[in-house]
Every structure is written in C-alpha cells, then in structure tokens.
Design a protein around this ligand. Structure first.
Ligand code: FAD
Length: 624
C-alpha cells in the first residue's frame, strides 16, 4: 500500500546517525519519518556504552552546538565522566563519559518522541523507490510504500551483516538483531562501490563473579565534567568507578595457541577491522613484545551487573574467550553473560558522496554513519546531523551546507571521507585536523551555534543560553583589557608574591593572563580591580584559553587565509601528474588515484607534502 501521508524526509535506521539525522531534519521544520527495525533499539549502543574521548568528544560537542541530541543524552545517561589529556593543551583535551546504556537509550527515545515534525515507524526498509536517478521514497519489507523528497540511509553494520564467533557464522546486524539483506541486495544493484569491513566486541561479564579487590579503581573526575553546553551536573545519575585489569603472558599464550580458530587469522573474515580498536588477538599478534595489555572494566549501567571489559574485543570461539577472561587477575571466576563476536558488513566507498553526504549517483539520497566506512557513535552522529540537515535543505529547495576543515571536526571528517575514501574503519583523532588549536571541544558552540541558528537547527532555549555566554565572555575579556595593575599596588604586591618576582611595569589583566604562571582565578578578583569574577566556569575558561593561545590561534588563522587563496585554484581534470616535474612517483600515484579537484584537496591527501603542493602550483602557473 501507499502510505497516505507524504514526508519531506525519510531516515532509515534509528542508530546514532539516524536519530541525529531525523532530529535535525525535524528541527528544520521538515515532516520527517524515522523508519527503523525496532523502536526499542533507538539509540542503542552496539558496543561500548561510552561517549566521547580524544577527537570524538570534539564531534559530540559540535553535534551539540548544532542542536543535536548526543551530548544531552550523555549528560542524562552518564555514570562516569573524565577529561582526558587534562594536563595537555586545550586543543587535545577531550571529555569521555561512561554511559548507562539503558538510560542513554531512554534519553534519545525521549528526545525523538517529543520532537515536533517527527514520526516513528517500526519496520525494515527493503527497497528504495528510484525514478530517473532520483530517490522518491522507501518500501518496507511488508510492502508499505512511503514517499518523500529525500531519503537518508543510516543502516550501520546491518547491510549484509555476518556475525562470527570462532569459525561459526550467522547472519545478523548485531547480536540479537536481524541483518538487512533485502536492502543490501537492492543497493548492490545500484551503481555504488561496495566493500566489506569488520568490527568486533568483547564478551560481557557478570560483576558478581569479579574480584574487584585486586583491580585498580578508576574514579571519575571531580568536579564532574559535563558534556552538553546545555547540560549540568544535576542532570547526571549516580556516578560510579571503572576498574583496570591487565592481560598477562598466560592470556597471550592462550590466544596464540588458538589463532587457527580465529576467523580473522584463518582467512574466514575478509573485511578490514578498526586499526585503533583492534581485537585482543590482533594486539597480541601485532605487539608480540608486549607482556601485558590494559583492560578497562567498565559498568554497563546502574541497574545491571553486566560489565564491559574494554580492550579484549574478540572473535575467538567461546571456550577460548572463557579461558582468556579467566586468565586475567581478578577475573579468575568470571562468568561471561554474552560472548564477544566480530561482524562483517557492507560499506559504500564514501568517495561516491558529495560534501553534503548526498550520493553522486542517486539524487536526494544521502548516506550517513557506519555505512560510509566510519566507526564510532560520534562519527555516525555527526554525519547523521549533516545528512539530515542537507536532506531537509534539499526538500526545501535550498543549497547544501557543510562546514570547512577549519570550522569543525565534522568538516574534517566529511572532507577526509569523500576525498580520500577509506580502506579501514575511519575514526576521528585530533591529529586528523590541521587547525587543532581553532577546533577545540571547549569552543564548538562559539564556532557553530550561530551558523546552526541561521540554518534552523538551534532552538530558542539553546540560542538564548549561547548568546548569554558569548556576551559574558566578551564582557569579561573587555574587563580584563581595561583593568591595569601597577607595580607596588595591593594587586601588584599580591602578584609579586605569587610569581616570586616584582612587576617591572604596569600591565593590564589580559596581558598578565597570557603568562603561563598565572591563571584566571589569580587575576579576576585582585584588590582594586573593577568588577567581580564571573560565576560561570565555562566563561572564565574561554577568557583564559583565548588569552593564552591568541598568538598560536592568530598564526593558524593566517595559515588558513593563505590556504584559502589556493582553495579556488582548480586542477584540470585531465592533468597528467606524470608530467609534473619534481614529484616523486609515490606522490604521482596518490594524486592520480585520488584526482583532487583543487590544490587544497591535493594537500590533504596523506603523503602529499606542502612541497609537492608548491610544485603543483608552479606547474599550473607555467602551463596556464
Ligand atoms: P547503528 O548504530 O548500527 O544503527 C543502525 C540502525 O539501523 C539500527 O537501529 C538498525 O536497526 C537500523 N536498520 C538497519 N537496517 C535497517 C533497515 N533495512 N530498515 C530499518 N532499519 C534498519 N565502534 C567503535 O567506535 N569501536 C568499536 O570497537 C566498535 N565495535 C563494534 C562492535 C560491534 C559488534 C558492532 C555491531 C559495532 C561496533 N562499533 C564500534 C560501531 C558502532 O556501534 C557504530 O559505529 C555505530 O553504532 C554506528 O552508528 P550507525 O547509526 O551508523 O549504525
């Protein structure tokens, strides 16, 4: 049957990409349908119940700055929060939260159910309605036809999913869920480049069978960090500790003795796994000289005894999994509640996408999440938001929008994917961004919320909170520039005592704040200084970071401006890189394979050096 209501946007798949896509489209005022296998699994964390971490928290905060759900759900579901790299510079600091998977899911579902313009429907999508290279809607596996202007596909690890435990295989999208085979076949018939990737998950353990007395406790930070710009500590449920255990030589012996029963090492799995989240058999094999690996023993929630042993993802047979787990100190009597497994699935070459995440072959069809070759909830959520936004803009007849690499990690993510493609599951790192100092997790709102407001993604409550914070930063920065400290004054004496040397001349507070030995708190309330310190720690943090890093930030900005002059310089489509003198053969091959459209794109191909970009520029000038 044809469903009687027509939608602007249909999103297929209620995982991390799909939920952000559907919410973004609905926030933009588009009538949106979220079609998913099972409403109970909306926002389900297939693997580790944790959000954020290095490079990833940057994406979560960007999603939040653009009005998305992930950070708020983390504040509602988070049971342990820490800031990683807290002692390093602000560019690489990253908030990470362990989440109660049930509370997280409930928070996402609550946001979805209360979102105006959004309709949920539970059923598998089996087919796409495509007419003259344009998608027109979706057909469910029971034959209901939904019609829409644009469609966003966010089917995660489900397309052609095959689960491996040892040499046993079964079909599934993840443990307990069916695969999406009809849709996978349909997509393989369209002109997309499809390949296989794999990922894995560790066995889960019953906490009642663990001896915590011999494990190292790892508490969260105090004061507890907050993920969302609209979040607060009061939103957090009870906080708990994680623990650290270690593999040992016995563990490694067991694994090595059983590698022939691993589907990865016996050649049964063809897909490539995540380099930065390897299975324990991979780690033991690749880093043979390491006698031990850390295992973070993380709670799955407040109302369950299940634990997630982070670091021993595996697809070894169950009997080997049990021996591996029980060889670890503290886990000698551990009971496994769910076996670990690996899953292989279809993904599409992201070079077949535009920056908007619309496919190049089928108009109005957008792809987001794991199906684009990424791994991780955060990478999926960020793509989902962008695809949902652009599907909505397409439905409204508006031009696509995407952030540049110097504006957002989301810009880096999408540009990397569509320019370079990926041969292994792609995860975000701060090292992937060339403008790290500008793209910090602390300033995602300052970078993106105004744009999000213009795009229609940011509601009044978020906008008011943001505008208030931004004004407070400006006011406090102005106060710091306007207040001066004289040598010999009460304030000057206090600073001399703090730094161990007298002030040689008068300085304003902003210049003093640039000094490494002085912090906001040392200066904001000095005697004789006009005004009061701000109560909002986020405002104080911004004033301090902007003061301390202004020099570096200005330098990065100058580099961006320089690169922008090249950005427009196009490389002719028929440029023969073999004829560009001075390039190494390796760089020639890389350029020929990627065929960058501009000099800036050429410069981002890994291995293409700035010197090579200059050679290209000279070549272009010579042969113009
Ligand atoms: P998913 O979260 O998979 O969501 C897909 C959604 O689409 C589901 O709700 C599904 O029901 C729905 N769906 C699928 N097909 C259809 C259809 N035809 N019709 C309707 N609905 C459909 N990430 C890491 O960062 N590190 C890891 O180590 C890691 N390990 C993992 C291990 C396993 C076993 C699995 C399954 C995943 C792992 N992940 C890991 C990946 C992480 O789960 C994903 O990156 C993330 O969930 C991707 O989000 P997504 O929205 O793209 O897809």
């Amino acid at each position: 049957m044809d469903y009687p209501d027509r939608f602007d946007v249909i999103v297929i798949g209620g995982g991390h990409a799909g939920t952000e896509a559907a919410l973004a489209s609905a926030r933009m005022g588009c009538q949106t349908l979220l079609l998913t296998h099972n409403i109970e699994t909306l926002g389900q964390m297939s693997c580790n119940p944790a959000i954020g971490g290095i490079g990833k928290s940057h994406l979560v905060k960007e999603i939040d700055a653009l009005g998305g759900a992930m950070a708020l759900a983390t504040d509602l579901g988070g049971i342990q929060f820490r800031v990683l790299n807290a002692r390093k510079g602000p560019a690489v600091r990253a908030t990470r939260a362990q989440a109660d998977r049930v509370r997280y899911k409930a928070a996402i579902r609550g946001l979805l159910e209360n979102q105006p313009n959004l309709t949920l429907f539970q059923q598998a999508a089996g087919d796409l309605l495509v007419d003259n290279d344009t998608v027109r809607g979706v057909v469910t596996e029971t034959g209901i036809r939904f019609h829409a202007e644009s469609v966003v596909l966010c089917t995660g690890t489900f397309l052609g999913g095959v689960i491996h435990i040892g040499l046993d295989q079964s079909r599934g999208g993840r443990a307990g869920d069916p695969p999406s085979n009809a849709l996978a076949q349909r997509l393989r018939a369209l002109p997309f480049n499809v390949a296989r990737l794999k990922t894995g998950t560790p066995p889960r353990i019953d906490a009642k069978s663990v001896d915590f007395s011999v494990l190292e406790a790892q508490p969260g930070d105090t004061p507890t960090p907050v993920m969302s710009y609209l979040g607060s500590r009061e939103m957090h449920p009870r906080q708990v500790d994680c623990h650290i255990a270690h593999t040992n030589e016995r563990t490694h012996e067991i694994i090595l003795a059983n590698l022939d029963r691993s589907p990865m090492y016996s050649g049964v799995i063809e897909g490539v796994g995540p380099r930065y989240c390897p299975s324990i058999e991979d780690k033991v094999h690749r880093f043979a000289d390491k006698a031990s690996h850390q295992v973070f023993v993380e709670p799955e929630g407040l109302d369950t005894h299940e634990l997630y042993p982070n670091g021993i993802s595996t697809s070894l047979p169950f009997d080997v999994q049990l021996q591996v787990v029980r060889s670890i100190r503290g886990l000698e009597h551990a009971h496994i509640t769910r076996p670990g497994y690996a899953i292989e699935y279809d993904f599409f070459d992201p070079r077949d996408l535009k920056h908007s995440l619309e496919t190049k072959f089928i108009h109005n069809l957008f792809f987001a999440g794991q199906i684009n070759g990424t791994t991780g909830y955060e990478e999926a959520g960020a793509q989902g938001l962008l695809a949902g936004l652009n599907a909505a803009r397409r439905a409204k007849g508006l031009e696509a929008w995407w952030p540049r690499r110097d504006e957002a990690y989301l810009g880096v993510l999408v540009d990397d994917l569509i320019t370079l493609g990926t041969q292994e599951p792609y995860r975000m790192f701060t090292s992937r961004a060339e403008y790290r100092l500008l793209l910090r997790e602390d300033n995602a709102d300052l970078r993106l919320t105004e744009t999000g407001r213009d795009l229609g993604l940011v509601d009044d409550a978020r906008w008011t909170a943001f505008a208030t914070k931004r004004e407070a930063i400006e006011r406090e920065s102005a106060r710091f520039r306007a207040n001066w400290v004289q040598p010999g004054s009460a304030a000057g004496e206090r600073l001399a005592e703090k730094t161990g040397k007298p002030l040689p001349r008068e300085y304003n507070l902003m210049d003093l704040l640039k000094r490494p030995e002085l912090e906001y708190a040392d200066l904001a309330g000095l005697p004789g200084i006009e005004g009061e310190p701000v109560a909002d720690a986020a405002v104080a943090e911004q004033v301090q970071i902007q003061a301390k890093y202004q020099g570096y930030i200005d330098r990065q900005q100058a580099e961006i401006d320089k690169l922008k002059r090249f950005e427009a310089t196009r490389l002719p489509a028929d440029l023969d890189f073999d004829r560009v003198e001075g390039l190494s053969n390796e760089i020639r091959q890389k350029l020929a394979a990627a065929r960058p459209a501009t000099l800036a794109q050429a410069g981002r191909i890994s291995g293409v050096t700035p010197a090579a970009v200059s050679i290209l520029l000279i070549h272009l000038k010579k042969h113009r």
